[in-house]
Design a protein around this ligand. Structure first.
Ligand SMILES: [Cu+2]
Length: 214
């Protein structure tokens, strides 16, 4: 082989290798592009962290006028979305910065309550829906102040001491709430008594859910 011919062969091999590499890269990127299906955003995930700060974010398609701040609501499924946060403020027994029943949530009778509870504090906390038989919590044990209907972040055998820790959140749905007056409160001993409770009113007079802070 002459020197000129071998140089030509080497250059030809280099060109072929480069073309093969570029072609391969294009094929791979095309396959990747066409083969990737965007995954849907998870909704209402359990035990996921959340950065939501407020109990409500006014829904853009809500047209019913309510006497307070509207809560996110699906009329089709009669589901009210409630986010409650034990905020990291000087009063450790708060929900969304409020204490002692100053927050009142109004929901339609029969609504499903989709509740997310977030703990931003160093103390453990949990959340309970209580059909209360006293106007305000007056016992260390909320079980002595009414009937516990639903719990998040705990269970009936340990609600007086167990809850979720700092940075954790829980989500759950309480279905078909009956007309009446309830608390959402922490069940850990003395926490509700110390202020960690809000009021829930279910009424057939409420057509769309809303929240008021007194
Ligand atoms: Cu608590």
């Amino acid at each position: 082989m002459s020197k000129g011919l071998s140089s030509f062969v080497i250059i030809a091999i280099v060109v072929v290798v480069v073309l093969a590499a570029v072609g391969g890269a294009l094929i791979v990127s095309h396959m990747h592009g066409s083969g990737t299906i965007p995954s849907p955003k998870p909704q209402n995930t359990t035990n996921s962290n959340t950065t939501a700060k407020n109990v409500s974010s006014p829904s853009s398609n809500l047209t019913i006028s309510v006497p307070g701040t509207p809560l996110p609501y699906s009329k089709a499924t009669n589901t009210v979305y409630i986010t409650l946060i034990a905020e990291d403020i000087s009063q450790p027994f708060n929900l969304n910065g409020t204490s002692d029943g100053k927050m009142v949530i109004y929901v339609p009778t029969g609504a499903n309550l989709n509740i997310t509870f977030v703990n931003e504090q160093s103390l453990p906390h949990n959340l309970n829906l209580v059909m209360n038989n006293t106007p305000i919590p007056n016992s260390a044990d909320i079980g002595l102040n009414g009937k516990i209907l639903f719990q998040l972040g705990t269970n009936m055998s340990s609600y007086q001491y167990s809850g979720i820790m700092n940075g954790q959140s829980v989500n759950g749905v309480y279905k078909d709430i009956q007309a009446g007056y309830y608390w959402l409160c922490c069940g850990i001993d003395t926490h509700a008594e110390s202020g960690m409770w809000i009021v829930v009113v279910a009424s057939s007079n409420v057509s769309a859910p809303y929240v008021i802070v007194n």
